[in-house]
Write a protein that binds this ligand. Structure first.
Ligand code: AMP
Ligand code: ZN
Length: 487
């Protein structure tokens, strides 16, 4: 079912490339994880939906997947300037809590979003502070040839590796502004491998090192955890497109130094063979910014009555390399599309599934299976893959077990969980709505009787009463869902 040529867009070469695993039959993937100083916004979650679809596609194409996502609980500064403050320290001070409590709370919140979006569990969640010893060993290994010490820490000299910044191509003005000058740096792009605790200060998180008490730099963490858990070179490194400019070029420079390469041999010495980046989710009014009051986190969508998988649908409708603009209308449309699919798949829930190979060869499905495979194998073409799944759901007069097998196989890649959902899952109670389902049912029954008696004034009054309680009655709704909660 998955024989179409498989290509992925490699940001290093800016080309789609056939996927050729480093280890026969395996795929090893590292995804830059969240910095757990605050809730993730839905833009952050786009990065993990993308990495999840990548992992699911690799499984679909027959590779044994090892996926690592890290949790950054130290070292990520408030901006990319080494002079900034650690985001974790800053939040802990603002909330008067320990960093460990902050990390625990926001890691759990992130995992809740991961679950709600059907993002599969990776083989490892690697937590940065569990790898301090390995970071010190890595830093010691490259310090002599590639680093220099300043009062503020140990810095990586980017001129000691070939072709620094190749991944970024051109650093934009915005990128440049993010690399603030630290006094004494040899090159503007040099970055901290180890940040010393300033004399007379005490940080909540600090460790002894040959360069004094301090904490690791953020870039070091990802190099160390990816190399340790997946081995250099591994197959694919992912992150959001902002990482293409600074974080990932810095990881690559460290990896080159660590692998003792004389030049940037893209395949072997940059740590990963393929670097992939999702484009941003954008929102015009700035609600994605974590610093603004009501920022767009998944829970806000749920509080407004949207099923979280409507957001996954929204992500799948766009190619991961395209910018995606968030709007409530767009989310509503994605929800409706998802509901339609769920309604069609509901009929398949209690059916015995046919064998996948046989089902894929069925004359009514073979072409659609080919369409799905070609689309997803072409650099994760989820928008077309989705339409193939919809076409499968719409096929009439066919054995339900066969149809179910095809739906299951395609949905295993897209991860909507269609065969585990039913319409009642979509009656999400928005925050503040008190009315019970029984009360709604009774009111709707009274309304039905009023309409049967052609008492439209009474029927309208009941609709208005329900509306005042946050229940939207949907007359003539093509989906036949009768009502929804609006909050
Ligand atoms: P952070 O927690 O800030 O390290 O970000 C976690 C992930 O989200 C990284 O891979 C970022 O590149 C990615 N990211 C940040 N903002 C957005 C956005 N608006 N849309 C998509 N991905 C994003
Ligand atoms: Zn990273």
């Amino acid at each position: 079912m998955a024989d179409a040529p498989f290509t992925l867009f490699n940001s290093l070469t800016r080309q789609p490339e056939p996927f050729q695993p480093v280890h026969e039959g395996e795929a090893r993937v590292y995804t830059c994880g969240p910095t757990v100083y605050n809730y993730p916004h839905i833009g952050n979650m786009r990065a993990y939906v993308f990495a999840d679809v990548l992992g699911r596609t690799l499984s679909f194409k027959g590779y044994k997947l090892t996926h690592v996502i890290n949790i950054t609980d130290v070292g990520h500064l408030t901006d990319d300037a080494d002079a900034g403050e650690d985001k974790m320290e800053q939040m802990a001070a603002a909330k008067a809590q320990s960093i460990w409590d902050i990390a625990k709370h926001y890691t759990e919140a992130y995992w809740a979003d991961v679950k709600a979006l059907n993002i599969r569990q990776p083989a490892h969640w690697s937590v940065a502070t569990d790898y301090i010893e390995e970071m010190l060993a890595f830093a010691a290994g490259i310090a002599d040839k590639h680093c220099y010490e300043l009062d503020s820490g140990l810095y990586f000299d980017v001129s000691t590796v070939d072709d620094y910044g190749h991944l970024a191509r051109a650093v934009t003005e915005e990128g440049e502004a993010r690399i603030a000058a630290v006094e004494g740096k040899r090159n503007a792009a040099d970055f901290a491998i180890w940040r010393k605790t300033p004399a007379g200060e005490k940080r909540q998180m600090e460790w002894d090192s040959p360069w004094g008490k301090g904490a690791p730099g953020w870039h070091l963490e990802c190099s160390v955890m990816s190399g340790k858990l997946l081995g250099f070179p591994f197959d694919i490194h992912t992150g959001g497109i902002d990482h293409r400019e600074i974080h990932h070029p810095n990881e690559i420079a460290q990896n080159q130094a660590f692998c003792c390469s004389d030049g940037l041999d893209v395949a072997a010495n940059s740590g990963a063979r393929i670097w992939m980046h999702n484009n941003f989710l954008v929102e015009r009014s700035g609600k994605m910014s974590k610093s603004s009051g009501e920022f767009l986190r998944l829970q806000l969508l749920i509080d407004k009555g949207y099923h979280p998988l409507a957001y996954r649908m929204m992500c799948l409708q766009a190619h991961y390399r395209s910018e995606l603009e968030f709007s409530w209308d767009g989310l509503g449309a994605a929800l409706t599309r998802l509901k339609r699919m769920v309604m069609q798949a509901e009929r398949l829930i209690d059916v015995d599934e046919a064998e996948a190979e046989t089902a894929s060869a069925h004359p009514k499905f073979a072409a659609l299976v080919g369409k799905f495979d070609s689309a997803i194998s072409d650099d994760l073409g989820t928008p077309i893959a989705l339409t193939a799944l919809e076409e499968v759901l719409a096929v009439k007069k066919v054995d339900a077990g066969i149809k179910r097998a095809i739906v299951a196989k395609m949905d295993a890649v897209l991860g909507l969980g269609l065969l585990a959902l039913n319409r009642t899952d979509f009656r999400i109670r928005p925050k503040g709505v008190e009315t019970s389902e029984a009360e709604i049912g009774k009111a709707l029954e009274r309304r039905k009787q009023a309409r049967a008696a052609k008492d439209f004034a009474a029927s309208d009054a009941i609709r208005d009463e329900l509306s005042a309680c946050g229940v939207d009655v949907m007359d003539g709704d093509p989906l036949g869902w009768e009502w929804k909660l609006t909050g």
